[in-house]
Design a protein around this ligand. Structure first.
Ligand code: ZN
Length: 321
């Protein structure tokens, strides 16, 4: 790497901790990703093991940055579940097992850097809002359909937090009686997440498929069961997005997460199903996210730069604060 001025020598390290993968990146002051890492979250060994993996990943990212001659200014970590960003606390997670953990303080102390904590999907929404497909809009909903289903609500260009629960559309009843791992019945996520699509197809067909993409491929090849399960997912999503549109009046809905890799196979029927749920409201634009599954990591980088700035301000002489 050629280093030309101060800004070029500074970076942050960012993590996006989802139910399946930990994604990490070294991100420059221009918000470009300089290097990446990826590993399994592997929550089966418990929360402590996940935290250990996160710290190891941050260490590795810092080493990579330093090898490139960069100074790491701060860290940003976004995690799945219910998160209180302001307090830096991971309140709850079905997938990883957070239970009121003071995650920001723990990480900051361990790595010795200013650290910001975010929610994985709200961080993705922040990245799409500031840098990606949401830039033209002041009011939009970012929906991540991957291991789970969740969303970030952007109103007046600000991400709504709502005590940590805003945008949790995955665990809302969609009119179907399928058991959800949250303990509820009929949740959107129980039929519409990429993981649920694959699981339901595997159970009903007797053929284990590795993921939702395989179900989409089978639908294209004419498999009627695959089509039925795909459309059940599309319909559940459209119920949640119809209500969200009625409540918020968004200009657009930006779809991210692993399922959007199926492109128009998802977006075309979702447009039709959503329009059916909105006889009166203007139909919001339905767009794919710009950063696909890197939105969360870029959002963590934005949060890290914010933590770096806050640290600069707290260290500034009184008159400059
Ligand atoms: Zn649920």
């Amino acid at each position: 790497m050629t280093v030309t001025n101060d800004a070029d020598t500074e970076c942050v390290i960012a993590l996006d901790v989802g139910g399946t993968d930990i994604k990490g990146a070294v991100v420059g002051s221009d918000y470009k990703i300089i290097s990446r890492l990826r590993r399994k979250t592997d929550a089966s060994h418990g929360t402590k093991a996940v935290l250990g993996s996160m710290l190891q990943a941050l260490d590795e990212l810092r080493s990579n940055a330093q090898a490139d001659g960069l100074t790491v200014r701060a860290a940003g970590c976004s995690v799945t579940g219910i998160v209180n960003e302001a307090e830096g606390i991971a309140i709850h997670s079905e997938n990883v097992g957070w239970d009121n953990i003071d995650l920001r303080s723990i990480i900051s102390k361990e790595i010795g850097l200013p650290t910001g904590l975010g929610h994985d999907v709200r961080a993705g929404g922040l990245a799409e809002s500031r840098l990606g497909a949401g830039r033209p809009f002041t009011d939009f909903i970012f929906v991540a359909v991957g291991t789970g289903v969740s969303s970030a609500i952007i109103v007046n260009s600000q991400v709504v937090i709502g005590g940590g629960y805003a945008g949790e559309i995955g665990h809302v009843h969609a009119g179907l009686g399928v058991a959800c791992k949250c303990g509820g019945h009929g949740c959107v996520e129980a039929v519409a997440s990429a993981a649920s699509i694959a699981r339901i197809y595997s159970e009903r067909s007797g053929t284990t498929v590795p993921g939702a993409k395989e179900v989409a491929d089978r639908m294209v090849a004419g498999d009627e069961l695959a089509r039925e399960i795909w459309m059940q997912a599309v319909n559940a999503l459209s119920v949640a997005l119809g209500w969200a549109t009625g409540v918020l009046g968004p200009q657009a809905i930006v779809i991210g997460g692993g399922l959007v890799r199926s492109g128009d196979l998802l977006l075309d029927p979702l447009r039709v199903a959503l329009a059916e749920k909105l006889p009166v409201h203007p139909m919001p634009l339905l767009l794919p996210a710009q950063f696909a599954d890197e939105a969360g990591c870029l959002g963590s980088a934005l949060i890290a730069w914010g933590a770096s700035l806050a640290d600069d301000m707290s260290n500034a002489p009184d008159g400059l604060r």
